[in-house]
Design a protein around this ligand. Structure first.
Ligand code: HDC
Length: 278
């Protein structure tokens, strides 16, 4: 059996994460451990597993691996147990799901279960990485259907039911990286420029967190969230989250206001409902 990677945290990690996805000093329940209802924003579930040691390395599973060419392609997070803890030790168990060959790129899907001290699964994360220049190895071009984790989530034709705009800070990535993703792509221009980006780009999980916060504020607790990172975001740009409620689901997409381009597509949450005993 796998040993797992441990993540020990308290309110400091929770507050740092909440600030990293745009919580304000006035959002007391997200920034002040003494506030009534102090909580981790739901997408905190992507933090404990992030640096878990995988049973493989990218250069073992795709050709021509170059870390500067790696982008986050998609993310699915399932929250299996509420309330989300604000301290403790969680243990994560990563595994490889599959590798798809997109010709010019390789797509790698991993799945990580994160358990609490009583052995209950708290979070499941499925991460898709998009590795430019590592395709063409004769592999299967398509990923397997994994239900909500791969759903197309096409927005309906009507106007969105809710829209929230939020300007990110030029220092957003400098702050978000302290939640655990120290990839130089998000801070070092010498690194990001080799990957094709003049300015360091924002973490996908940071702008997923910002949009997830908009959905949470608008519609309440959700039991899972899936996104496709359709385009890059530069810290300082403004994000516009457009949301459509469709039964127990909220389909959403996120645009960069300054360019009109999509940053998140094919995205949705499944709502947990107020009486959910998850
Ligand atoms: O969509 C393009 C893009 O630039 N997206 C934005 C990427 C981004 O900004 N990500 C976040 C920042 S990077 C980051 O945060 C890294 C982080 O530090 C570490 C993450 C690692 C976590 C590990 C933890 C364990 C791009 C470049 C991704 C694709 O654009 P194109 O090359 O133009 O692709 P396209 O021609 O449209 O499609 C080719 C095939 O690929 C599929 N595809 C497209 N976008 C995808 C994707 N698959 C997965 N994820 C995506 N985002 C298409 O469907 C197509 O396949 P098919 O022909 O079979 O349909």
């Amino acid at each position: 059996t796998a040993v797992g990677s441990k993540y020990t945290f308290d309110d400091k990690e929770v507050i740092l994460y909440n600030l990293g996805i745009g919580a304000k000093r006035t959002d007391l329940k997200w920034v002040f451990e003494g506030a009534e209802g102090f909580e981790a924003l739901p997408t905190f579930g992507v933090v404990p597993y992030f640096n878990a040691e995988a049973p493989f390395t990218f250069d073992e599973i795709v050709p021509n691996f170059n870390p500067m060419m790696l982008l986050h392609g998609e993310q699915f997070l399932e929250i299996k147990k509420f309330p989300i803890p604000t301290s403790g030790t969680l243990t994560s168990y990563p595994s490889l799901v599959e590798v798809a060959d997109k010709g010019a790129a390789a797509v790698v899907v991993t799945r990580t279960e994160t358990k609490d001290e009583s052995g209950d699964v708290v979070f499941v994360n499925e991460t898709t990485t998009f590795i430019r220049g590592s395709g063409g190895f004769g592999g299967n071009p398509k990923v397997t259907d994994r239900g909500a984790a791969t759903a197309a989530n096409k927005p309906p034709a009507r106007n969105p039911d809710k829209v929230v705009e939020e300007k990110t800070s030029p220092d957003q990535a400098a702050l978000y990286r302290l939640a655990g993703d120290r990839n130089p792509l998000h801070i070092d221009p010498a690194f990001s420029s080799v990957g094709g980006f003049k300015d360091p780009i924002l973490h996908g999980l940071c702008f997923m967190g910002i949009s997830g916060k908009h959905v949470y504020q608008g519609f309440g607790r959700f039991k899972n969230i899936k996104v496709r990172f359709a385009g890059t975001v530069v810290p300082g740009q403004t994000l516009r989250t457009e949301m459509w409620k469709e039964g127990g689901k909220v389909i959403f997409q996120t645009k960069v206001v300054e360019t009109g381009k999509l940053a998140i597509a094919a995205a949705a949450v499944e709502l947990a409902g107020p009486d959910s005993k998850l």
